[in-house]
Design a protein around this ligand. Structure first.
Ligand SMILES: Cc1ncc(COP(=O)(O)O)c(C=O)c1O
Length: 381
């Protein structure tokens, strides 16, 4: 485990790293070590994973959602200052799909107001903003190694800390409160990872995801989202869980070849740009003079999202549906998470229209051609 943590820290030149069972646990560790508690306000984009909001709610803090801007799907910095109050303690800069946030503006506002920045790098490994790698701007950053992430260890999370005082605080929190995954959980995860490596390819993903979700509900597999993890009340007793040695071993192996993974993702994104443009769809429109994204998935807007997703599964096309809500995969009402419908119109529009295309190492040129052929039967937005 220490080997993986220190290799990860060296890659980013960070001050410390801590491995956890999942990405959301990593966020919980940062917030708790920072002393976040009842009544504190945490700003984040209204276009995220609901499991990101749970740690905020577990600590009695309040999520404040800020709308996104439509090119990078990241927090709209024009709206940020207006949401700051004396209770604001943290801004979460989520690098959505791998597009770096406008870190100059975020760090400026944060510094001016004495607020900490935590970077959500779960979808972004290796992306750069003005030549600097994301994860190295804020006080801390967190990463996920769940199935859909830049690389996967089945499940997994990492905190990268850029502040010595916070390193000590997380260390002390882990000493006191961190629990270990059970032998059964570790074994189940290892089996799932082996199954994933053997059988999950772009043509089989839709079927596998449906099956996986069903088995998770039945409690047969260790799913990414436990259905008893919800916003109400404190975290369940064994939520604050360590990364297992098996996850760390797998992570270390993949970190060693992450440069290849990054190069592949960049090449595939360029290919999608060309293929989509050739079909009259617009390619990515980000400002390449300031950002160098490494995308986890390639987002495109499609007018008939539901129809496209329904047909994709049958056609053996790997089409991602996230985020399908301002708080993705929500099982309860948005209001239970302090989100009022209409709060973030751009995020809600993106949730209705955006699907994402595969860029992972198992997707190749043929995958990109088939996927673009499929998606361009529909209307772009
Ligand atoms: C943007 C974002 N942040 C955080 C998470 C949480 O990561 P994990 O599933 O490892 O808890 C996810 C997704 O799962 C995510 O998409």
């Amino acid at each position: 485990m220490r080997k993986y943590e220190s290799a990860f820290s060296s890659w980013f030149n960070g001050k410390g790293t801590f491995g956890f069972w999942k990405g959301r646990v990593a966020l919980y560790a940062i917030l708790k070590a920072m002393g976040i508690g009842i009544g504190d306000e945490i700003i984040l984009p209204g276009y995220t994973c609901v499991v990101d909001v749970n740690p905020i709610k577990y600590l009695g803090a309040k999520p404040i959602y800020v709308d996104i801007e439509p090119v990078t799907f990241n927090i709209n910095v024009e709206l940020l200052q207006g949401e700051i109050t004396p209770r604001t303690k943290v801004i979460i800069a989520q690098h959505t799909y791998g597009y770096p946030c406008n870190m100059d503006a975020i760090m400026n506002i944060a510094d001016k107001n004495g607020i900490a920045v935590i970077e959500d790098c779960c979808p972004a490994f290796g992306s750069k903003y003005k030549g600097k790698t994301v994860g190295t701007f804020g006080k801390a950053a967190y990463f996920s190694f769940q199935w859909n992430k830049p690389y996967t260890t089945g499940l997994g999370g990492m905190v990268l800390v850029n502040d010595s005082e916070l390193v000590e605080k997380i260390e002390s929190l882990c000493e006191k409160e961190l629990c270990k995954p059970s032998k059964k959980e570790v074994l189940m995860l290892a089996v799932q990872l082996a199954v994933y490596r053997a059988f999950i390819y772009p043509r089989t993903t839709a079927f596998a995801e449906a099956l996986f979700r069903y088995l998770t509900k039945k409690g047969v597999v260790v799913g990414s989202s436990k259905f008893d993890e919800c916003a109400a009340g404190p975290a369940e007793p064994n939520f604050f869980k360590a990364m297992s040695t098996a996850q760390a071993r797998s992570g270390l192996r993949q970190l060693k070849k992450v440069e290849l993974n990054i190069a592949h993702r960049k090449k595939m994104a360029q290919l999608y740009d060309q293929l989509l443009e050739a079909k009259g769809w617009h390619a990515q429109q980000y400002d390449s003079s300031i950002m160098e994204p490494v995308l986890v998935r390639y987002p495109v807007g499609v007018a008939e999202k539901e129809q496209a997703l329904a047909k994709a599964g049958k056609a053996g096309i790997e089409l991602g549906n996230w985020f399908n809500s301002p708080l993705h995969q929500i099982e309860t009402s948005l209001r239970a998470y302090d989100y009022e419908p209409g709060m973030c119109p751009q995020a809600e529009k993106a949730a209705r229209e955006v699907v994402n295309l595969p860029l992972h190492p198992r997707a190749d040129e043929k995958t990109a051609k088939r996927t673009v052929e499929f998606i361009t039967q529909f209307n772009s937005t």
